[in-house]
Structures are given as C-alpha cells and as structure tokens.
Write a protein that binds this ligand. Structure first.
Ligand code: S3P
Length: 439
C-alpha cells in the first residue's frame, strides 16, 4: 500500500514574505513534448519537478528520448526530430495527469508504432472521447473503454491522418493542443476553433521552436510542413500554484506577500481579475516577457472581500483556480455565484461537489449547481474534509485554515505532489500552521 498523507491546519495566521512558487505545469509538459520532437538540443530551466510533469518526462524516455536532469529544475533534452520517437516497450503510465494523456493521444495517433496509455484511478475515470472522437475523424485509431475512458489503445497511423476543421464543443486547451499535435502529422491543414479563449502555451511554444502555426481570431491552424528547432525554455512560476497564496494573503488580515516571476499569460490571469472584482489588492509589478511568455512579480496584501457574480467569460481563464476561489467566496461579505463552469465536474475530481461537501462540513453555506456554485460568505469553522485525491482541493482547504475558527484536517493529500510538492513547507514558512502526517 502506498502511504496516505493528511494535512492538519491550525486556525489563523497570516502570509508574509517573498516566495517563488514552482514552474508552470502546462508549460513544463509542453517543454518535454516539443523538446523531444525537435531537431537538436533543448535546455529547460524552471521545470516543474512534480509527479505530473515527471510522468510526461518518463513517457518520452520510454520512447527513446535522452533527457538529462532534472537537477534544480534544469533539463537537457536531446531531441529526436518529428519522426524519431521509438515504440515504447511497455504501456505509458501517466499517473494523475490529464494533460499528459490528452496531448499524447494526439501526438501518438500519427506515429509509426502502437502505444497504450494508462493512468491512476482518477485519470482512468476522466472523459477521453473529447479527444478520441475528433482524432477519429482525422483517421486515428484509438480504442477506449466503453465509457470512453483510459486505457487508450492507440494504433499508429503514420502518413494516414488528414487535417480537420474542428469547432470545439467545450473550451479546452487540452483538446486544442491534442489536435494541433496530431495536425503536425496530418495531410493538409488542421484548424481548431475555440468557443472561448483558453491557455495558448502550445501555440506560443510551437512558435518558439520555429514551427509555423497560424492564429486568426478564435481559430488556430497547423500542418505537417514544418520542423521543430531545439531552443532554450525558461518556465515561469505557475499562476495556478500562486493562486493559493493570492487567496491566502487576500483573506488573512495582516498579510503582505510578494510572489516572484509568476507567469501572467492573459489566458491564465482570470484569478487576478476575479479576486480584484471581489476587492482584493493585487499589484502586478516588473512585467517582462521571458521566452515568449509574459511574467511579473505579484504583490498582494490583505483586503476585505465582497461576494460577486463571476463573469462567465473569466471561467476558462481561471479554470484551475475555482477550488481556492470558493474559499475566497466563503470569506467574502455577501453572496458569490459561479455559473458556466460545468467543466469543473470532470477535473481531477468533481470540483463542484467535492468543494461544496467540504465547505458544508466547515459550516459554510455552499450550494452546488449543475454548472457552478452559490456561496454565502461568513465564518469558516473547523472539521475533517476529504480531498478525494485532488491536489487543488487539498491545498484550497489548507488555505481555508487562515480564516477558520478551529483546526481543519484534510485527508488524502498525497496528490499535492502532482503539482506542488513544496506546498506544505512553503505555506508554513510564509505563516500557516500546517502539520503533515504520513501513514
Ligand atoms: C491544461 C488545460 C486545462 C487545465 C489543466 C491543464 C493544459 O484543462 O484544467 O489543468 O495544460 O492544457 P482543459 O483543457 O480540460 O480545460
């Protein structure tokens, strides 16, 4: 049996000081994928050394790519070129990582070898038809379970994929990226139209690797006529990890925090916009562009928050931050209402249900709806909550401790290691009394 981890948080505290949170998860995954397919060497720094990104790294090692590191977030990837991957000797195990599985399904559909993608219990329950159906219309052969879930059995169709013009039914960067990667192996043009802007790290990084990709309004297009040239990548800190501290400092009186070198790509900054609408005091300082991605230092101080109706256009731009935004709403004066966020039900857990259950245990009036939640701000109490193996749920309830009036115990916190292994030490260092128990 693998060990279970429990966080116990004492109520109160404030967050003070300076921190650099770990590297961006989305960019780290893509750095391995594109670096592996490039001609020549790619150096990466700031790589996220956490289970999800390491699962992608291992998958490419399993396909014959030589990768040195990571050592202190630095990697050297010896690219094998677009057609240089080798058949893996065994199935590719991707742990908890939806990004690895969905992006790899597109990349592997057009290879000259077969592959099998597997994951843990959570990943094996997540919908994969959103990628396998459009890939099938490109000529891919991918078998899922009857429910449309992993394992994915991919029969490589080298030279047999054709481009499609696909209008995505949901705003998903994973689906978009999957199809763009498949499009690098398809005859003709592949065009993906998104119903709302989603993170564009794949498009930016393709450009950084000198691979032609065209963007026109909500459409992105790619074809097979290009090759990736090895490059240097500096991964910014993950705004999704910074979000726990943005909320923590906003809700805990006396907080004053500087978060350094955070990625502020406009397709990711919904959390700042939503918190500011609620009355948070966040300053974006020292803006710069690093390796094609905008970066800044974020200064946040405590400020009383008020409830809002969250604008739906901000939902895809803050999609991973809602667990902790629900905690902000629980501390705000008045009602906060989220709509248009049904995608939260198919993340690492059903984040609407799991957060509502946990908040209710802590005495918060949180009503789940089909596509969001209605929360009345008030006092947060103590109690025992379960993260259901979802890293962001575990970290969000830890942050709730800053405003609780009794201890909070959070069960099932192992998966914090998928995105932010340093969380417990960093949050303690900055001012939250968190003790981590292992069994
Ligand atoms: C990601 C896209 C988002 C996000 C996930 C990472 C990516 O998923 O929730 O954590 O790296 O492309 P969806 O594409 O399912 O919205």
């Amino acid at each position: 049996m693998s060990k279970t981890i429990t966080f116990k948080v004492q109520p109160g505290g404030r967050l003070q000081g300076e921190a650099r949170v770990p590297g961006d998860k989305s960019i780290s995954h893509r750095s391995i994928m594109l670096g592996a397919l490039a001609e020549g060497v790619t150096h990466v720094k700031g790589f996220l050394e956490a289970e999800d990104a390491l699962a992608t790294l291992q998958a490419f090692r399993d396909m014959g790519v030589q990768i040195e590191g990571p050592v202190n977030g630095e990697l050297t990837i010896h690219g094998v070129g677009k057609h240089g991957l080798k058949a893996p000797a065994k199935e590719l195990y991707l742990g908890n990582s939806g990004t690895s599985m969905r992006l790899l399904s597109g990349l592997l559909a057009g290879q000259a070898f077969n592959s099998i993608l597997t994951g843990d219990k959570s990943l094996s329950g997540r919908p994969m038809k959103r990628v396998t159906e459009p890939l099938a219309s490109m000529g891919a052969d991918i078998k899922t379970t009857e429910k449309g879930t992993a394992p994915l059995h991919i029969t490589g169709k080298a030279g047999q994929l054709t481009g499609i013009d696909y209008v995505m039914p949901m705003a998903s960067a994973q689906v978009k990226s999957c199809l763009l990667l498949a499009g690098m192996y398809a005859q003709g043009e592949t065009t993906v139209t998104e119903p709302a802007p989603t993170r564009d790290h794949t498009e930016r990084m393709l450009t950084g690797f000198s691979y032609p990709v065209r963007k026109q309004g909500s459409k992105v297009s790619i074809n097979a006529e290009g090759c990736l040239k090895g490059t240097d990548i500096d991964v910014p800190s993950d705004i999704s990890s910074a979000a726990f501290f943005l909320v923590g400092a906003s809700i805990a009186p006396g907080s004053d925090l500087l978060l350094k070198h955070v990625g502020i790509n406009p397709t990711r900054t919904g959390v700042i916009d939503i918190l500011r609408l609620m009355g948070a005091r966040i300053d974006v300082l020292n803006e710069r562009v690093v390796g094609g991605e905008p970066v800044a230092d974020l200064h946040v101080v405590y400020s009383p928050l008020k409830g809002i109706d969250i604008p739906e256009e901000l939902v895809p731009l803050a999609i991973d931050e809602f667990p902790v935004l629900f905690v902000a709403a629980a501390c705000a004066e008045g009602q906060t209402r989220l709509t248009g966020a049904e995608e939260l039900r198919v993340k690492e857990s059903d984040r609407i249900q799991v957060m509502a259950d946990g908040l209710q245990i802590l005495g918060v009036d949180a009503q789940p709806t089909a596509d969001g939640m209605i929360i009345q701000g008030g006092q947060i109490g103590g109690g025992e909550v379960i993260s259901h193996g979802d890293h962001r749920i575990a970290m969000s309830f830890s942050i709730a401790g800053l405003r609780a009036d009794a201890p909070i115990t959070i069960h099932d916190c192992e998966n914090v290691n998928t995105s932010f292994p340093e969380f417990k030490d960093l949050v303690k260092h900055l001012g939250l009394d968190l003790v981590c128990g292992e069994r």
